[in-house]
Design a protein around this ligand. Structure first.
Ligand code: ADP
Ligand code: ADP
Length: 227
């Protein structure tokens, strides 16, 4: 469902992605690791069109992202994103954060959207937080709301950009548990993370990046750590 063929990405003169070839199938959970500045976030952001590729071919859910005519809003409806710093709407309640996309963008019925949002909040263990503002929540709780918000759009895939890097250590487990649950439900996931435990337990594949290149792409998730 995600196919990179000979993809290059420049920021001005800076060569951020070099000869990227990568195929991610429906239902796969791919973990991307590598040093800071190696292009992980850039790679992730090309998948939902937040960054445009400079050359090569990138197909996401049958959309051609190299084609300037492709409607990026349609891509973003199909591919959700969870950010390091949650990006919740500060002046909306937890429930509203989740119902906003489905009602405004997908034009879902308000009551239906509310019911689905409550089901999702229940799934991430936060049904009792629905009426609160994000500021009243811990970082781990905010991230679980962000994941529920992403799921409410019924995406074909979800991208995670260092979802636990801004969290206190004791919050990380709850977020990883939710991500594992979603993976078990068959969601296609691309996860930039330093959490090797997640990669080993949940990931199907590990992609290692350095200096804009994919240096290794391994399905041997456990063996990856032995060399
Ligand atoms: P990583 O996620 O592995 O830390 P990034 O993809 O964020 O790496 O960044 C890769 C390189 O591209 C870094 O050197 C970064 O400074 C540069 N970069 C990222 N975004 C931009 C941008 N919008 N303009 C210019 N350079 C950028
Ligand atoms: P994070 O690592 O928290 O994801 P960054 O600080 O790397 O965030 O980047 C924040 C924003 O700045 C991103 O949109 C990224 O593309 C952009 N950016 C990163 N590096 C550069 C750069 N060297 N020049 C211009 N923009 C950059």
């Amino acid at each position: 469902m995600i196919e990179f063929h000979d993809v290059e990405k420049y920021y001005g003169k800076f060569h951020a992605l070099k000869n990227i070839n990568l195929t991610i199938d429906r239902g796969e959970v791919v973990t991307i690791i590598g040093p800071s500045g190696s292009g992980k976030s850039t790679l992730l952001r090309t998948i939902n069109g937040l960054e445009r590729i400079t050359s090569g071919q990138l197909i996401v859910n049958d959309f051609d992202l190299a084609d300037k005519k492709t409607d990026m809003n349609r891509i973003r409806k199909n591919v959700g994103m969870v950010f390091q710093h949650f990006n919740l709407y500060a002046n909306k309640t937890v429930l509203e954060n989740i119902t906003l996309g489905p009602t405004l963008v997908l034009k879902q019925d308000k009551e239906k959207a509310k019911k689905e949002a409550m089901d999702l909040l229940d799934m991430v263990g936060l049904a009792d937080q629905a009426p609160k503002l994000p500021a009243a929540l811990s970082g781990g709780q905010k991230q679980r709301v962000a994941i529920a918000r992403s799921l409410a759009m019924n995406p074909r895939a979800i991208l995670f950009d260092e979802p636990t890097s801004a969290l206190d250590p004791e919050m990380i487990g709850d977020v990883l548990d939710v991500m594992q649950k979603i993976a078990k439900q068959g969601m296609t996931m691309v996860v930039v993370t330093h959490e090797m435990g997640f990669a080993k337990r949940v990931g199907d594949r590990i992609v290692f990046m350095a200096d804009g290149r994919i240096l290794e792409d391994s399905s041997d998730v456990t063996g990856f750590f032995d060399h």
